[in-house]
Design a protein around this ligand. Structure first.
Ligand SMILES: [Zn+2]
Length: 381
């Protein structure tokens, strides 16, 4: 393959400076103004390129969505580059325990790895292609969203709308385990479980009480007992709240359940099982609500084909590209893959420590992966 993206001018220092600009504007999901300020920077990085901007206002207190489309008229379905601009780190992390800094090959900062680093690589790669006079194989649509870290409540519809129009989706979530990309993700379900019993004085009227916490203990064991590693199913009760005082039989207890499933059929089976939970104590009620939030993203034959094309691009650039086994972590790639649109995820910067104070990207991965993203835009016909 004669790949122009392998040799287009791309300068590490310029890319690091761009990442620095984006990372040093803090943008936790709930800080709409922070995210809007990052989107302003994103627009600046596209200045002078043949693109049009569609900036949509935020809803429900979240920041808005920025769509950047290449402007050449074309009947071809576009390549969708999917990126979230929110981070999990609260405001103050940058001036506190996770300042932007470089230590050897590591670039630290809140959201640098997940996923502003990868987001910037896609923009830098596209810009370098255009400046070198290379026309992408198809139109490119960049979508920058504000709420991935909380399940994409206000951006899912826009993501699915753009995915339906697209031929391919490239997700700039971080690479993992030494630069591996993601070609399959489990589906994610969330459930809210409430037990409701009968309060009583824990000393004087103990026999009258029906404990919501005791019932919840049974339910927790039932839910966690649904985990089946061999089938790729996990269930976790990650939050429990109940009772009002140590000397009162608890009237209510609530629990939040996380479910991960390998495919839609298992997803349906598990949703039915969880929604069908029954009380052990007939005097206590059990109420469950919830569903699959992110559908499973299986590695289809179309995705295998797309992976092989990405591997050929990587070889032309000079590195070996592998994927990782199906991951339990969800992303917006789940939405696009579930629509049957071939999706490669984890194309962003390599590094480690997502969502922690050790979050960092690797400088050595910047140029190869910016070229990989550019090469995919160049060649995905
Ligand atoms: Zn992410």
């Amino acid at each position: 393959m004669s790949l122009k993206a392998a040799t287009i001018p791309l300068h590490e220092d310029e890319v690091i400076e761009g990442i620095r600009r984006w990372v040093t504007i803090e943008s936790p999901t709930y800080d709409a103004s922070g995210i809007e300020a990052v989107l302003d920077e994103v627009e600046k990085d596209f200045e002078g390129l043949p693109v049009t901007f569609d900036r949509r206002p935020g809803v429900d207190g979240y920041a808005g969505i920025l769509k950047v489309s290449t402007a050449e008229p074309s009947n071809e379905k576009p390549i969708l580059v999917l990126t979230h601009m929110d981070t999990v780190h609260p405001k103050g992390t940058l001036t506190g325990r996770l300042p932007f800094r470089r230590d050897g090959d590591k670039l630290f900062g809140p959201g640098l790895y997940d996923m502003k680093g990868g987001a910037y690589l896609a923009v830098a790669g596209y810009r370098a292609l255009i400046r070198a006079g290379v026309t992408p194989a198809r139109p490119v649509t960049f979508l920058f969203t504000p709420d991935e870290e909380v399940g994409s409540p206000t951006s899912r519809a826009a993501i699915e709308e753009e995915a339906r129009k697209a031929a391919y989706v490239l997700v700039t979530e971080p690479a993992r385990d030494g630069g591996r990309i993601v070609t399959a993700r489990k589906g994610v379900g969330r459930f809210h479980l409430v037990t409701h019993g009968r309060p009583a004085h824990a000393g004087a009227r103990h026999q009258d009480g029906r404990s919501a916490i005791r019932e919840m203990a049974h339910q927790i064991l039932a839910v966690e007992g649904m985990t089946d590693y061999a089938r790729g199913i996990t269930t976790t009760v990650g939050l429990v709240k109940g009772g009002s005082a140590a000397n009162v039989t608890p009237e209510t207890c609530t629990a939040e359940i996380d479910l991960r499933v390998p495919d839609p059929a298992v997803g349906k089976e598990m949703v039915d099982r969880i929604l069908g939970l029954k009380p052990v104590d007939p005097d206590v009620t059990v109420r469950v609500e919830g569903d699959i939030n992110r559908p499973a993203y299986p590695k289809t034959t179309m995705i295998v084909d797309m992976l092989e094309r990405a591997q050929a691009v990587a070889r032309s650039i000079g590195f070996d590209l592998q994927d990782c086994p199906m991951t339990g972590g969800g992303s917006d790639g789940n939405f696009t893959a579930a629509l049957g649109v071939p999706t490669l995820d984890g194309l962003g910067i390599d590094g480690a420590g997502a969502h922690t104070l050790d979050e960092h990207g690797l400088v050595s991965s910047i140029l190869p992966r910016a070229r990989l993203l550019a090469g995919l835009m160049e060649t995905l016909r």
